[in-house]
Design a protein around this ligand. Structure first.
Ligand code: SF4
Length: 438
C-alpha cells in the first residue's frame, strides 16, 4: 500500500508492505520500521542510519562529514562511501527522533486537518497502518535499549553474514568458530560449541518469541549460524535441520494485534515446503569430510547455498594468515557441494597479505576459482581486508615488512581477479564487512 497525505505544512509518503513500513517526510527524511514497530532505518540530514537488533546504529554517508548533502557537493569533493558506529548518546538521539516522527504521524493521521493526496487503496488499511505507526512511536530509546537487552539473551553476537543474507532469519546451531586461528579475524570470541537438539529447539522458540511480527521481515531465508555450522557431523546436523522444518514456516499469520513477543509463529505439522531455504557458512577444510550424498541429503532438507571463506587460492598466504586447510580443499569441497545441486558463495579477501603476497594471491586465486564448477546461482564476493587492531594480523604484517595495499592496489586486485575468471553466470560483487548490520 502506498499513499500520500498532508498535515499542515508537512507532507508524508507512506509505504506499508508485508514486512515493513517506510515514511518519507517532506521528501527530506525517511523513517522505516518493521511491522513490530522496531526501527529499521532513518535517513536524516543527508545521512543514513541503520539500527541493528543489538541496539548499535551504523551511520553511512556518501561525502565527507560537514558537506550539506550529496546533491550539493562542491566540485572535486570525494563521494567515497564512509561509515561509523554512533555512540550510545548519538544512537539514542536518532532512535528518539524516529519515534517522535512516528508519533507525529500518528497524531496527524487522526487529525481533522489530515488531507489525503493519494488515498489508501482499502479502508481497512488505515487501522493496520495506525497500529504499526503506534508501535513504532513507542519504540523510543528506552524501549530500544530493553529490546537490545532481550536480543542479547536470545542471540550470541552475530559476527557476520554474507550481504545477500542480511535479512535472513539467523538461527544459531553452534556458537563460535571451530578454528579461530585466522590472524585477521576477530568475529567469534566465544568457544565453539554445538547446541543439543533441545537447546536448538528452545533457541528457535526464543527467537520467534523475541522477533514477533519482525519475523515477517526475515522470513525469506534461514541462515544457520554461526561460523561453521555445516561442520557438524551428519547425524546431528540432520536432526537440527529436522527441527528447523518442524518449527519454521514462511508467511506467518499476520494479526492486527501482533507485536514483538505476541505472534505465534511456530506452526507444528505445517507442510514441509513451507520452510524457507537454508543458507550457512562452511570452512573449506571440514567441507571435504562430507560426501556428495551427505550434501544431497542436506539439499533435500532445504540447504540452498553454502558460503565458504576462501580468502585466497595462494597456499603460502593461507599459511601466513593461519587459515586452516589448503586451496585444494576448497576446490574439492566446492566440487562436492555443486555435484549435490547446492550453490556456493565464495569470499575472496582483497588486499590480504599486502604487497608481499599480491602477485601470488591474484594468480593462484584465479587458478583455484577457475577449477571450480561455478555458474548461475553461485556468488563470488570480493571483501577488502580490514586490519582490526586487536587481531594478530597487523603486527605480523609489520614484522614481515608487509605493506597494506592502497585503494588503487585493491581496485587493481579486484579488476585482475574479475578479468581472470572463466566461469559464466556467476555473480561477482564487492562486500564491505564494515557495513554489516543485523
Ligand atoms: S575467518 Fe572463518 S575460519 Fe577463520 S577464525 Fe574467522 S570465522 Fe573462523
Amino acid at each position: 500500500m502506498i499513499a500520500q497525505g498532508r498535515w499542515h505544512a508537512t507532507t508524508y509518503a507512506l509505504s506499508l508492505k508485508d514486512s515493513s513500513l517506510s515514511v518519507a517526510i517532506n521528501r527530506d527524511d525517511i523513517v522505516a520500521c518493521d511491522l513490530a514497530g522496531r526501527l529499521y532505518s532513518v535517513f536524516h540530514d543527508g545521512r543514513h542510519q541503520r539500527r541493528s537488533l543489538n541496539g548499535a546504529v551504523l551511520q553511512k554517508w556518501a561525502s565527507p562529514m560537514g558537506t550539506p548533502s550529496p546533491g550539493t557537493l562542491p566540485v572535486g569533493t570525494t563521494t567515497e562511501r564512509q561509515r561509523r558506529w554512533l555512540t550510545d548518546a548519538e544512537a539514542a538521539e536518532v532512535i528518539d527522533y524516529a519515534a517522535a516522527q512516528f508519533q507525529q504521524l500518528h497524531t496527524a493521521l487522526r487529525s481533522p486537518a489530515w488531507e489525503w493526496v493519494t488515498p489508501l487503496d482499502r479502508s481497512a488499511a488505515l487501522d493496520e497502518l495506525l497500529s504499526v505507526i503506534e508501535r513504532a512511536a513507542h519504540f523510543n530509546n528506552i524501549a530500544a535499549r530493553s529490546d537490545a537487552a532481550r536480543c542479547a539473551e536470545v542471540y550470541q553476537p552475530i559476527g557476520i553474514l554474507p550481504p545477500d543474507q542480511y535479512l535472513a532469519l539467523v538461527l544459531q546451531a553452534t556458537t563460535g568458530c571451530s578454528f579461530n586461528t585466522c590472524t585477521f579475524c576477530d568475529l567469534y570470541q566465544q568457544p565453539f560449541r554445538v547446541k543439543s537438539p533441545d537447546e536448538f529447539r528452545q533457541h528457535i522458540r526464543q527467537v520467534h518469541d523475541y522477533l514477533g511480527a519482525s519475523l515477517l521481515l526475515r522470513q525469506r531465508a534461514i541462515f544457520l549460524g554461526a561460523a561453521n555450522a555445516l561442520a557438524i557431523p551428519m547425524p546431528r546436523l540432520r536432526a537440527l535441520f529436522e527441527i528447523i522444518h518442524e518449527t519454521c514456516h514462511s508467511e506467518p499469520r499476520r494479526s492486527e494485534e501482533s507485536h514483538a513477543g505476541q505472534e505465534e509463529i511456530p506452526r507444528r505439522g505445517a507442510a514441509r515446503n513451507d520452510t524457507p531455504p537454508v543458507y550457512a557458512f562452511l570452512d573449506a577444510f571440514t567441507g571435504t569430510r562430507k560426501s556428495v550424498e551427505d550434501y544431497r541429503a542436506l539439499a533435500e532438507l532445504g540447504l540452498k547455498r553454502v558460503y565458504i571463506g576462501l580468502e585466497s587460492g595462494h597456499d603460502p598466504l593461507l599459511e601466513f594468515v593461519r587459515k586452516p586447510g589448503h586451496a585444494g580443499d576448497a576446490i574439492e569441497t566446492v566440487q562436492t557441494i555443486k555435484a549435490a545441486g547446492i550453490n556456493v558463495g565464495l569470499i575472496v579477501m582483497i588486499g590480504l597479505g599486502g604487497d608481499r603476497f599480491a602477485a601470488g594471491h591474484v594468480a593462484d586465486t584465479i587458478v583455484v576459482l577457475n577449477q571450480m564448477p561455478l555458474g548461475k546461482g553461485d556468488l563470488i564476493y570480493f571483501s577488502d581486508l580490514v586490519e582490526e587492531p586487536g587481531t594478530p594480523y597487523p603486527t605480523l604484517a609489520q614484522q614481515h615488512d608487509i605493506h597494506a595495499l592502497g585503494a588503487e592496489g585493491r581496485s587493481g586486485q579486484r579488476a585482475a581477479l574479475r578479468a581472470g575468471l572463466h566461469a559464466h553466470g556467476v555473480k561477482v560483487s564487492n562486500y564491505d564487512v564494515r557495513e554489516f548490520v543485523y
